[in-house]
Design a protein around this ligand. Structure first.
Ligand code: UGA
Length: 449
């Protein structure tokens, strides 16, 4: 068998593991994927995807012949030499990463194992070094994952970069991993294990910092009558800054940013270094999730007895993932103020219902807003941009919309009868909107008002 087509082992079929398994199969490799949860393995073996991710179910179906799912470690070890570890590393109460699942995987490998451990799970810098110390001779490669939920398959197949960390002695293992990724065409960065681990944490922490930064800029924009969308556009045109991750909103969520920012802060703290900036990134994010409550109070006064509709619940669109979703904090804050909360999410309704037991779940936007005193757009699902907003306004007791993701067109919403407020935008009409500036500029001088 050629090096290009060697079998791939995947340990843990969560988001990263299942996408990794499907994509390597798509690239023509045989894949053996192992998970300890029998129900998950049974569902996947029946050809059912275990979560919502665009393109994944089709890819799994297309490659069903090439992927075996199992709960058995011996079957995995027999089937593949390269083992991609994709188990979760959730935060502990202290904010450190919980490495117990990673440790059990290492323990499950026999002492005379000739396998290569490829760490995809996000782990604190130094983890690889400690595993190598405990298991001398076990080839170890750090290969952090940079895919985003909602675009995971495309991200995997079109990487900006592939980071491969291998320490002296493990160069051949690093080469084998590099060969697997080579057909994807992204830049392959070869480095040492600790640096690879830091690249992952630093990248997520930097992106989270960008979001908290633009959210603070948004809050200042509201005070001075500027528009954060325009500010971000102007900033993003500077190539040193770039336009990505400058969308202001009600804070970042998900299974990665909150966990990884806190893990990096703790990692630094454990070495005696106080990572001051990250404390602010976290604090700004927490406060941002609560700002919508203040906006609603500004318009409605006391929220006691008010009916508030949340549109979108997942931590971002195109996923049913509710982990650390801003909607969880928002719903509980609103209920804490005495509001009656009703919610609709196109995909995450079921996952959300399990976490938000006192929130009424609606089957559509129109059902959710029936008789509501306000609606809050929490997750920017594309179906919300395409709604007949005049019909939505008619259903509401008061057509007030707080757009927590600046996903809708303010002029269109106001035209549909809404009192509309976004994040970091001027709330009254004194400010000349960007589109009217563009219109004035393209109008001959003689015709200008
Ligand atoms: C993030 C990283 O973007 C991936 O590169 C990384 O691989 C992944 O974590 C991980 O460590 O596994 P993900 O959590 O799937 O990916 O989602 P993102 O698209 O990064 O969004 C995270 C949160 O930030 C969402 O709540 C989103 O709404 C928010 N966000 C994002 C903003 O508020 N503003 C932005 O401009 C961008």
């Amino acid at each position: 068998m050629s090096e290009q087509r060697q079998p791939v082992g995947v340990i843990g079929v969560g988001w990263v593991g299942l996408v990794t398994a499907a994509c390597f199969a798509e690239l023509g490799h045989r894949v053996v994927a192992r998970d300890i949860v029998p129900e998950k393995v049974a569902a996947l073996s029946r050809g059912e995807s275990t979560f919502h991710e665009p393109g994944l179910a089709e890819m799994l179906r297309r490659n069903a012949e090439r992927i075996d799912f199992t709960t058995e470690m011996p079957e995995l070890l027999e089937g593949a030499r390269l083992l991609f570890v994709c188990v979760d590393t959730p935060p502990t109460y202290s904010g450190d990463a919980d490495l117990s699942r990673v440790r059990s995987v290492v323990e499950e490998l026999g002492a005379d194992s000739d396998h290569v451990l490829v760490m995809k799970s996000t782990v604190p810098a130094g983890t690889g070094e400690s595993i190598r110390r405990d298991r001398p001779g076990l080839p170890y490669v750090s290969c952090p994952e940079f895919l985003k939920e909602g675009t995971a398959v495309t991200d995997f197949m079109n990487p900006d970069r592939v980071v491969i960390g291998a320490d002296p002695g493990d160069e051949a293992a690093g080469d084998a991993v590099a060969a697997l990724y080579q057909p994807l065409g992204g830049e392959i960065l070869r480095t040492d294990v600790s640096s690879a681990e830091m690249i992952k944490l630093a990248s997520n922490a930097f992106l989270a910092t960008k979001i908290s930064f633009i959210n603070e800029i948004a809050n200042v924009c509201e005070e001075v009558g500027a528009d954060v969308g325009e500010v971000a556009r102007g900033m993003g045109l500077d190539q040193r800054i770039g336009p990505a991750f400058l969308r202001a909103g009600i804070g970042y969520g998900g299974s990665c940013f909150p966990k990884d920012v806190s893990a990096l802060k703790m990692l630094a703290g454990n070495t005696g270094y106080h990572f001051q900036l990250l404390n602010s990134v976290i604090e700004v994010n927490e406060l941002q999730k609560r700002r919508v409550v203040g906006k609603l109070q500004k318009h409605l006064g006391s929220l006691t007895g008010k009916r508030i509709a949340l549109l979108g619940l997942a931590f971002k669109p195109d996923t049913d993932d509710m982990r650390e979703a801003s909607s969880l904090v928002l719903a509980s804050r609103l209920q804490g103020e005495g509001a009656e909360v009703v919610a609709y999410d196109p995909v995450a309704g079921e996952a959300a219902a399990a976490l938000l037991d006192s929130v009424e779940m609606a089957g559509s936007t129109l059902d959710a807003v029936e008789g509501a005193d306000a609606a809050v757009l929490v997750t920017e699902w594309s179906e919300f941009a395409e709604l007949d907003w005049a019909a939505v306004a008619e259903r509401m007791a008061r057509p007030l919309l707080i757009d927590g993701r600046n996903a809708l067109d303010p002029e269109k919403l106001r035209g549909a009868g809404f009192q509309y407020e976004g994040i970091g935008q001027s709330v009254d009409d004194r400010r000349i909107s960007a589109s009217s500036v563009a219109r004035v500029q393209s109008t001959p001088h003689s015709l200008r008002p």
